[in-house]
Design a protein around this ligand. Structure first.
Ligand code: FAD
Length: 448
């Protein structure tokens, strides 16, 4: 049997590895249009700031492919699939390539919102960029140097936008992040934590403009700034767009494989076409796309066993898990973080917001099961959260974990449960009085 995989990043590579783990005989060939073996995209912002070199990003070198007996073909763009004849065509090559089973690990590309001039100025390399590949990072770095860039705008206040802003600031660029929503990391944070993060990011010398819809990229020969919908203009010598992803679906769509936002798959990662599977950023399962590495890893195991006809496990989706990688700024968001948008069940929130120490911890429970968390500025609870997701948890155990206490008035017995209040007991004003009996703050003791 010959398995062909298109795409050589996390999804394609780990599917190949998992197939090889299950079967030593099968012929496996991977095609990628990029000119590097599997590398991590996670540290691309650091490639711009030269904190890492290309070689540091390469996860598996040629030796690894040889040892696993995987054939890797770089610089090969597949431009057509013919499912009836089970062949694919490579750009610039006449002879088609045959397969028995085909795996689409095509990934995704940066989304470019409908901003006037954005796509054109990016294509014409006039100072508008997105960051997805090693080549993108090198182009951004060259542009900053060549044109002695002083001011940068990052459109998109999500994880990648902030990480990118943090790295380019190291070139002493005056850097501004422009976010469409009224808070940073709109998908990973609630309003309160978003506000704390904004203050922390600004304290690092990055300006943040929220609630700002970019209407137009300004400049003719080269970019000079952006215009917002409210008419305001902001100057810039470079504009970096990090506004989400778009799954790569064209190859599949052209041959009528079912697609929507992504390539639609079932619980075994099978597409609507026999013997064609899809995995990673390019897929859509139950109306959801993921765009994160843990999802690719999980899916790659299922795809591998499906291809071999084993079908032992089915895909149930992956809990969203995101960590902001800015040195000295601990932030992890996992699962459901805003129950107001969810339906049914009995939701409960345990929260510790310590604004003075810039620390915010929120645990979200549904019917006593841990469903999600935000951990900002303090990650002691992280191992617990990772281990207990979707499991029954005890409220007292969680209070202890977050170091939340119940204080009791020794005069009247009134209780101040920090887990239910917005303000920690220590942060109450010194002239706070017991709401029941008027006893002073000093009368309160921690309840055993
Ligand atoms: C800067 C950055 C930082 C990130 N940080 C994190 C992080 O911290 N944590 C996290 O979980 N995720 C992170 N991600 C997301 C993560 O990198 C992706 O989820 C992951 O790369 C998806 O892997 P994939 O194999 O599905 O697709 P991709 O990585 O997109 O790879 C698909 C490959 O297929 C190739 N290809 C597509 N079409 C063809 C064709 N027709 N012919 C040949 N080759 C083709 C593409 O060129 C590409 O090389 C980050 C992404 C970026 C850009």
């Amino acid at each position: 049997m010959k398995v062909v995989i298109i795409g050589n990043n996390v999804a394609g590579t780990f599917t190949a590895q998992n197939i090889r783990y299950l079967n030593n005989e099968i012929e496996i060939e991977i095609f990628t249009q990029e000119n590097y073996p599997y590398y991590t995209r996670v540290k691309l912002p650091e490639l711009i700031s030269k904190k890492v070199r290309i070689d540091d990003l390469i996860v598996f070198k040629d030796e690894w492919y040889k040892n696993k007996n995987l054939k890797l073909s770089l610089n090969k763009k597949v431009n057509k699939i013919d499912p009836n004849n089970k062949i694919i065509y490579i750009e610039g090559e006449k002879t088609p390539f045959s397969y028995d089973k085909l795996i689409l690990a095509l990934g995704s590309v940066p989304n470019i919102p409908p901003i006037k001039n954005a796509s054109e100025m990016k294509t014409e390399k006039k100072g508008v960029f997105t960051l997805r590949s090693i080549n993108d990072a090198l182009e951004i770095r060259d542009y900053i140097k060549k044109f002695a860039v002083e001011k940068a705008i990052v459109i998109g206040g999500g994880l990648l936008g902030l990480e990118l802003a943090n790295q380019i600031k190291d070139y002493n660029l005056e850097t501004t992040v422009v976010e469409f929503f009224p808070r940073l990391l709109p998908r990973q944070l609630d309003e309160e934590c978003g506000t704390m993060l904004k203050e922390e990011v600004e304290s690092r010398g990055i300006k943040v403009v929220l609630d700002a819809a970019t209407q137009e990229i300004l400049g003719n020969g080269r970019v000079t700034g952006i215009k917002l919908k409210d008419g305001q203009t902001l100057d810039a010598d470079i504009v970096l767009i990090q506004a989400g992803i778009r799954p790569t679906i064209d190859l599949a769509k052209e041959v009528n494989i079912h697609t929507n936002k992504g390539i639609i798959v079932n619980e075994f990662l099978e597409t609507s076409e026999k013997d064609i599977y899809a995995v990673g950023d390019c897929i859509e399962y139950k109306n959801q796309i993921w765009g994160i590495i843990p999802a690719c890893m999980e899916q790659s195991k299922i795809a591998a066993s499906s291809v071999l006809g084993l079908k032992k496990t089915d895909y149930k989706g992956t809990t969203p898990k995101n960590t902001l990688k800015i040195v000295g700024l601990e932030l992890t968001s996992i699962g459901t973080i805003d129950p107001t948008k969810e339906e049914g069940g009995s939701w409960e929130i345990l929260k510790k917001a310590d604004k003075k120490d810039c620390c915010y911890q929120k645990l979200v429970l549904k019917d006593n099961k841990l469903k999600g968390a935000i951990l900002f500025g303090e990650n002691k609870a992280m191992p617990f959260v990772y281990n207990k997701m979707e499991e029954d948890v005890n409220r007292d155990e969680l209070k202890k974990l977050l170091e939340l206490y119940t204080y009791i008035c020794s005069n009247c017995g009134m209780e101040y449960d920090e887990a239910k209040m917005d303000v920690l007991f220590k942060d109450l004003l010194q002239n706070f009085k017991c709401p029941e009996c008027g006893a002073p703050k000093d009368e309160f003791k921690i309840k055993d």
